[in-house]
Design a protein around this ligand. Structure first.
Ligand SMILES: [Fe+2]
Length: 153
């Protein structure tokens, strides 16, 4: 695997680690059950990305960034902390900012022509998850679903 691919994979693993940290904070703030179920699913997607990208690195003899047991803060710049944010609306808006970042980074990765062809499929698949996360969060904010009860949104 070329050095550029290794760099991209490592930075995406770190991105997904930070995203898991952001979601674990976010889920603590969410009261609406439907929103929190969706955010839990998105957090699992990010964990899955950490696994699939780390596997590629290890198969190629490279070390993957490690997840620390307790989340102490974001490694990458640009993530919005959710510590001081309250309410479903504020939480969703902070996570929209965070998902805009993950989408931007994945988009840059899939468009990088120096990537090895055997890693592109995995990165594209992860990027599709990212687009789904952002699209859900944007729709949820637009519909103000935290104001609705019994919604199946
Ligand atoms: Fe995401």
């Amino acid at each position: 695997m070329n050095a550029k691919s290794v760099d991209i994979l490592k930075s995406l693993v770190q991105l997904d680690i930070d995203a898991v940290g952001a979601y674990s904070q976010a889920i603590e703030h969410i009261e609406n059950t439907h929103i929190s179920e969706n955010l839990n699913k998105f957090m699992r997607d990010h964990q899955q990305h950490i696994d699939n990208l780390s596997n590629i690195l290890r198969v190629n003899g490279e070390e993957a960034p490690e997840i620390s047991k307790d989340f102490k803060g974001f490694i990458l710049e640009g993530f919005t902390s959710l510590r001081s944010i309250t309410g479903d609306e504020g939480t969703l808006k902070a996570m929209r900012t965070n998902e805009q970042l993950t989408n931007k980074k994945y988009k840059e990765a899939v468009e990088d022509l120096s990537l090895d062809t055997d890693v592109i499929a995995t990165i594209e698949s992860n990027y599709r998850d990212e687009q789904e996360h952002l699209s859900y969060i944007e729709g949820a904010i637009e519909a103000r679903i935290w104001e609705k009860t019994g919604t199946s949104y």
